[in-house]
Design a protein around this ligand. Sequence first.
Ligand SMILES: [Zn+2]
Length: 237
Amino acid sequence: MRSYNAESYSMRHAYAAQLHLPGPVFRELVVWALQSLPDEILVGLDVDPNRKHIDEVESAFEGQEHVSNLFGGQGYVIKEAHVVNRGDSYSVHHLPEEWTDDLFSGQRGSRAGRFTHWLHTHPNAPAIPSGADTDAAQETTGVDMILGLRFSPEGPLPWFDDVDGTRRSLGTEHAPKTKRSWFSRKELPVLGIAPTGHSIHDIQLIAFHKTGLGVNVLLVDESGYPYGWDELIQPTS
Ligand SMILES: [Zn+2]
């Protein structure tokens, strides 16, 4: 999370806005993603209306292309996440009926507008939006996130890497490499072993607004400061 935040900081001018995601919520997302394999999951996220981004963090990470009032919930820390669907890359975007609020289903489309932000997973594929992802995002009030995971054993979903886009990984450069075995094409770093027993080789996380603008994710601790804040960010004041 520290190295991810360091990259969020150095790339801050490439983003229109920022989103503060608590580390414990992020950890839950990774565990749910792995427990649901081989399916993708769709997760709805709500912000805490009583918890704004910390001002000095917000200004330190603000880029030159910053846009105010870009999306719903902007400036507020994410509070909680709920898995609302699982399925393949097509069906996962269509909510089961129990999540479709009668009041809104008519005008708000397949996702029913129940949550501010949405996240879906890309099991063994990079966190880069597909055309279908961009379509689904058009009904999102806040932002859409994609969590890409590379893991083994791969099961029916070998790593699919043939996609163009900006990749944002968590800390693979510090991870120990797996032992080379006779069948592996190359050594993969191991970030950790999931509760499901999977070896995790790469975790990628991105957020984007429906207009196509990138949103910079910061992983924050209980106090609201990004992991690594003290070492990596030297406020100029
Ligand atoms: Zn997708």
